[in-house]
Design a protein around this ligand. Structure first.
Ligand SMILES: *Cc1c(COP(=O)(O)O)cnc(C)c1O
Length: 421
């Protein structure tokens, strides 16, 4: 059974102050998990997690992670600005972008970020627009299918990211020729992986590639970035990733491949987003409407604009009816938002306890790629974000949007009024 990190009593206390819907984050859970991750990789003295800012772009969350010793992985100008505002600077920032505007590269260079190039043509482009740094990383895409024990995990051959194997050799040669001194290697080959084999398999590929590149070009790889991709148990029957087993698998590959090749001082970096934040956020909403037609529908004050994953990928997000944790799941329902889009459903044909108007619905595991993927379709407003602090208190870390925010970018003669108010 999946449990929520907040009690019904605490939830009602929060709602008295801040109306639903909102995303709620669990500081205690975030910190404990961050420490577990660091501990698991402590065999590698250079280990650093660069949290993928896109997963949960909120300065208060980033501040907590920085306090835990994490860096920030950014991919756009505004993500860089946010990381900078929280105090991340220099090598605490990884810039892993693609289709990169010149302005973004300039900002990344100005901040002293570690740059991870997505394409061989970006060597000349970066040199031209912002100059090349002493240390640079390249993103590898081996193409084809990425399989572990014959099971296809993903299809890098269809992915827009990264250099081909041949381009890596060529790129490293060019970069060396231009005076670059240190190199990093990066790849992201599968997303939301639930087994413990992904990182060790990816590490082995990158480690071998680093050894080959050293032989071919003389380039010294100083870090290997395993990027994101460790998944979380969205479904109640799934097991959480065993981070210790994963880190141990990476260590074995390191000992087998890198150490004998004289690369025993390579630092391991990660750019986890989902694993670091996913389980430590939930979307809290209130039942506005019940409808019984061809099916039974329960309508919430939250919609896909607050959490896009179910509509976009058909993703499962577990649902708890606050205060009915012990009740029997006796009703088959679709849980919906109010968008004029029939895919605006948080759950389809889900067995849940009997639900009434006014019940609080907790949608689990929205801490990463939740609020962040929000949008304003149908004029729906983005929700607030609230932090449940380690000391049991809570505070607003992003206010909810107002209609004024929604209209702020428009040119409306005389402005926009709420007629009738
Ligand atoms: C999205 C992304 C991540 C984070 O992915 P998760 O699945 O959240 O772990 C890390 N690195 C890059 C380059 C990404 O695009």
């Amino acid at each position: 059974m999946k449990k929520t990190f907040v009690t019904k009593e605490k939830l009602e206390e929060i709602i008295q102050q801040y109306p639903t819907p909102f995303h709620l984050y669990d500081e205690k859970g975030i910190r404990e998990n961050a420490r577990k991750l660091k501990e698991a990789f402590s065999w590698n003295p250079g280990f650093k997690e660069y949290f993928a800012v896109k997963a949960t772009p909120n300065p208060e969350i980033l501040r907590i992670l920085r306090e835990e010793g994490f860096g920030a992985d950014c991919s756009s100008l505004t993500e860089l600005m946010m990381a900078g505002a929280v105090g991340f600077c220099g090598e605490e920032i990884m810039f892993s972008s693609n289709v990169t505007p010149a302005e973004d590269f300039r900002m990344a260079r100005k901040m002293g970020a570690v740059i991870n190039l997505d394409d061989i043509t970006h060597i000349d482009f970066l040199e031209e627009v912002a100059g090349l740094p002493d240390i640079i990383s390249c993103r590898f895409n081996p193409g084809g299918n990425f399989a572990i024990n014959n099971a296809i995990m993903d299809t890098p051959g269809e992915a827009k990211y990264g250099f081909t194997r041949q381009q890596l050799t060529e790129g490293f040669r060019i970069l060396k020729g231009k005076g670059v001194k240190g190199f990093g290697l990066h790849a992201f080959l599968a997303s939301n992986t639930t087994g413990n084999e992904y990182y060790p398999a990816l590490a082995a590929i990158l480690f071998r590639t680093a050894v080959e590149l050293k032989e071919e070009t003389g380039a010294q790889v100083s870090f290997i970035n395993l990027s994101g991709g460790i998944g979380i148990p969205y479904r109640p029957d799934q097991q959480p990733a065993d981070i210790e087993a994963i880190a141990e698998g990476v260590r074995k590959a390191y000992e087998e491949i890198l150490v004998p090749a004289g690369l025993g001082d390579v630092a391991i970096y990660t750019e986890l987003g989902r694993y670091v934040l996913g389980p430590y956020g939930c979307l809290v909403s209130t039942v506005l409407h019940e409808k019984n037609t061809h099916k039974r529908y329960v309508g919430l004050d939250a919609c896909a604009a607050n959490l896009m994953r179910p509509a976009m990928y058909g993703s499962y997000h577990h649902i708890t009816v606050a205060g009915k944790e012990e009740a029997e799941d006796s009703e088959l329902v679709d849980v919906t938002g109010g968008l004029c889009e029939n895919n605006d459903k948080f759950a389809v044909d889900r067995m849940l306890p009997p639900i009434e108007i006014g019940n609080r619905i907790i949608i689990h595991d929205t801490g990463a790629h939740g609020y962040a993927m929000g949008y304003n379709y149908n004029g729906k407003l983005r929700s607030a974000e609230i932090l449940l602090q380690s000391d049991g208190g809570f505070r607003l870390i992003r206010r909810a949007e107002t209609p004024e925010d929604y209209f702020a970018t428009l040119y409306i003669p005389g402005g926009m009024e709420r007629k009738g108010e």
